[in-house]
Design a binder for this molecule. Structure first.
Ligand code: BGC
Length: 754
């Protein structure tokens, strides 16, 4: 423990001891707080940036060049975007040795999907449905970040979203609250481990609280307006799961929710989070979101914004600098109660103690560990493993896949085929550019099949490297002819098309979800000379690939898979790994269908009564069905579902029913199936969706093998946030469905009785 703090805590320990049952960390926090000046307390609530222009405009008042001087004032409790042992040690040393109390900094960073060894984007990992592998991926990210001086990640992002136009869907777990909750739990556990004071774990952040994924028309930062039922039943569950996993911090969000910006929203932060859910961690604002309440039209100036944010329960100010500027004044004017500041500071200090920073402020600053952990063989193996598991086989007509290992002449075509940057995806800010294994490299390494590679078209007009936004090529067709000629007499054509790495992510909303630029044109031209196409998609969100679905025999969703992308894709194309991924988000047929999600409401007019009547809930130009449903994903083998039985036709609230069925591998390969259980509550005090995912399991079967699989239906699975504003099970009729996607194959009825 740093000597200044030891003295302080020693002097004031009586205070802690007199407080009865308090944990020793709470005693220490109280002792330290009792000797802090108001200014020092406010300093703990201020987060300071290490470099500029990462994800937002730089505020004028910050002074990057002056950062070391500024730290000495003790008015900084946390820094973000400082990385590497050397740099972190420098700033930590100032905080510890040159401020009056020597309170260590908490160092935050967006470790979203890996640190240096990049794992698949979170949406891709969600497609694995493999909670163990997802947890492992977060463990790897935490270990590498911690080795680089970081002790707090602004992840996981657990915003549910039903709108693929929103670029940040790449960062979440998709559209479903049940899957999203399981993944939120796994990620928090992965980052934080069982011992937060270990130098291999870091504090996690549940973000963005709340509703950010429901921004109107999928435009980032846009207004959010949702009702109570959606808020509680769809948006909140992953946050509650993160709390169950003991997540140490929350981040609020840029959006307003029903007229009140989340950052100034006392209902969200004080009433729900800190009171109803009894949350003990701290809430950091999003980047500049306190000040942005002025632009929202909710605060008249920065001072009022600080007042509103603090009173609403935002504990730490990221990049607005309005707490350090105005909180003292606001206290003097009686507008802010010191008790609220004390509460915020206690929450922040508690996490610092839990991280072990008071015992050793340089716990995360070990150069030898930095070298050893970052990019280790184990980490590479872990991200390869999750990358394979994230791939979804969308279509495989005529069994073009898996490819034979010998004797094939292959054309590899597309702007993303040799790209070493795009697979790293968005939000990999510590990742080194152009370090992913490309599909070209992966395939070459994997077999001796002959491979002829052509780009066909460029996806962008600029260089395909760290480009935050670049123009899409819509005019240069010069490479198409060559690519088509190469495709002509080949046994198979592998086409790698999709979005470039930074085409999704923050502020990357799109109004079209078609293949960007000239890629579909290229696909059509190649198809005209050779129909044996395996289309490998590389993208960060659902795409509307109707033409491809209609014509191309084999389609593989490979997302942005991270450092090991090409190796993972090669293993799947050659059948070394039999694909097992399932979509965590519905793929619509066109943007006009959005929001499109599997757990929709039935409405009062779900079908055409006479078959030809106009007045029912539909479009006149496109059907209500998606291109690919939630939960969809094929294997090289086939599975048959049969013999659904229930242990009882009825249950009381506290009882349970066991649902059993048989799963058989009816194909030629060993394979893994994610079996999914959905329910429908047929009538309720608040209308319920036509289907809700409530459980899933991963089952591996050899060819010909079958197994009886069981799930338990319990109160937890049947309850919802009712018209009484409580989580309750309402007696009545239910349906249960089983299958390999949300278009389930088996179903039966049961009821809950009083
Ligand atoms: C994003 C957050 C992120 C923060 C810090 C913001 O623009 O919305 O998710 O953690 O920047 O980089």
């Amino acid at each position: 423990m740093n000597f200044k703090v030891i003295i302080c805590i020693g002097l004031f320990c009586n205070l802690g001891l007199s407080q009865g049952k308090k944990s020793s960390i709470d005693q220490k926090v109280d002792s330290l707080l009792s000797i802090m000046t108001l200014q020092e307390k406010i300093g703990q609530m201020n987060q300071y940036n290490g470099f500029w222009n990462v994800t937002g405009p730089s505020p004028k008042d910050g002074d990057a060049a002056n950062k070391y001087e500024h730290l000495k004032t003790g008015l900084v409790g946390s820094m973000l975007n400082v990385t590497g042992v050397e740099e972190v040690r420098k700033v930590q040393k100032i905080a510890v040795e040159e401020t009056r109390l020597g309170i260590p900094l908490i160092i935050g960073f967006d470790v979203i999907h890996g640190y240096k060894t990049i794992s698949p984007i979170p949406l891709a990992e969600a497609a694995s449905w493999d909670l163990k592998a997802i947890k492992k991926s977060s463990e790897v990210a935490a270990a590498e970040a911690a080795a680089s001086g970081i002790n707090w990640t602004f992840a996981p992002m657990i915003d549910i979203s039903r709108d693929a136009r929103w670029g940040r869907v790449m960062e979440g777990a998709g559209e479903d609250p049940y899957l999203g909750s399981k993944i939120a739990y796994a990620r928090v556990k992965g980052f934080q481990g069982d011992n937060l004071a270990s130098p291999f774990t870091i504090a996690a952040t549940a973000k963005h609280f709340a509703g950010y994924g429901f921004s109107e028309s999928g435009r980032d930062y846009n207004t959010v307006d949702v009702g109570t039922s959606t808020l509680y039943n769809i948006i909140f569950p992953p946050f509650q799961a993160a709390i169950k996993a003991d997540v140490k911090t929350f981040m609020n969000s840029f959006n307003e929710l029903n007229g009140i910006p989340a950052t100034g929203n006392a209902f969200l932060q004080r009433e729900v989070l800190k009171k109803e859910w009894n949350y003990k961690g701290f809430m950091v604002s999003d980047w500049g979101s306190i000040n942005e309440m002025v632009a929202h039209g909710y605060a008249k100036d920065g001072k009022q914004a600080a007042n509103l944010a603090l009173n609403a329960g935002s504990d730490m100010d990221m990049e607005s600098y309005v707490y350090v500027k105005y909180l003292e004044e606001l206290v003097a004017e009686g507008k802010v109660d010191v008790a609220k500041i004390d509460d915020a500071v206690k929450r922040i200090l508690r996490v610092k103690f839990e991280l072990g920073l008071f015992d050793d402020p340089y716990l995360y600053c070990n150069t030898a560990r930095e070298k050893e952990v970052i990019g280790s063989k184990e980490n590479t193996a872990a991200v390869l493993d999750i990358a394979k598991k994230s791939i979804v086989l969308l279509k495989n007509e005529g069994q073009l896949l898996p490819l034979k290992k010998k004797g094939l002449n292959i054309a590899l075509i597309g702007p993303l085929a040799a790209d070493k940057n795009s697979p790293l995806g968005s939000w990999r800010i510590a990742g080194d550019d152009n370090t992913a294994v490309s599909v070209l490299e992966g395939l070459k390494k994997y077999t001796k099949n002959t491979l002829e590679h052509h780009k066909g078209v460029n996806l962008t007009t600029g260089e395909n490297k760290f480009i935050l936004e670049t123009k899409i090529n819509t005019t240069d067709r010069t490479g198409i002819k060559e690519a088509v000629a190469a495709a002509k007499n080949k046994d198979v054509v592998i086409m790698v098309l999709g979005e470039y790495g930074f085409q999704t992510g923050e502020a990357r909303s799109r109004t079209s979800l078609d293949l960007p630029g000239l890629q579909e044109e290229l696909l059509k031209e190649v198809y005209a000379v050779n129909k044996n196409i395996v289309l490998v998609l590389m993208n960060g969100r659902p795409l509307t690939i109707n033409w491809a679905q209609e014509h191309i025999p084999t389609i593989v969703e490979a997302w942005h898979l991270g450092s090991q992308s090409g190796n993972a894709i090669a293993e799947v194309l050659y059948g070394a790994y039999n694909p097992s991924g399932k979509l965590p988000m519905t793929f619509p047929k066109n943007v006009g269908q959005i929001p499109m999600y599997y757990n929709y409401k039935n409405t009062g007019r779900p079908t055409s009564p006479g078959g030809d009547v106009v007045f029912w809930s539909h479009y006149s130009d496109v059907s209500n069905t998606p291109l690919y449903p939630f939960g969809h994903g094929l294997s090289y083998t086939t599975f048959e579902y049969s013999s659904l039985t229930l242990s009882a036709p009825t249950m009381k609230e506290e009882e349970s029913i066991t649902v059993s069925f048989t799963l058989k591998n009816t194909g030629k390969y060993e394979g893994k199936e994610v079996v999914q259980l959905y329910i429908r509550d047929l009538f309720a005090s608040v209308t319920r969706p036509v289907k809700e995912l409530k459980d899933f399991k991963m089952i591996t079967l050899k060819p010909g093998e079958s197994k009886t699989i069981s799930f338990d239906l319990t109160k937890e699975k049947l309850q919802f946030y009712t018209a009484n504003n409580k989580w309750e099970v309402e007696p009545g009729a239910f349906k249960v469905f089983i299958g390999g996607s949300s278009i389930t194959t088996l179903e039966t009825d049961f009821s809950v009785v009083e």
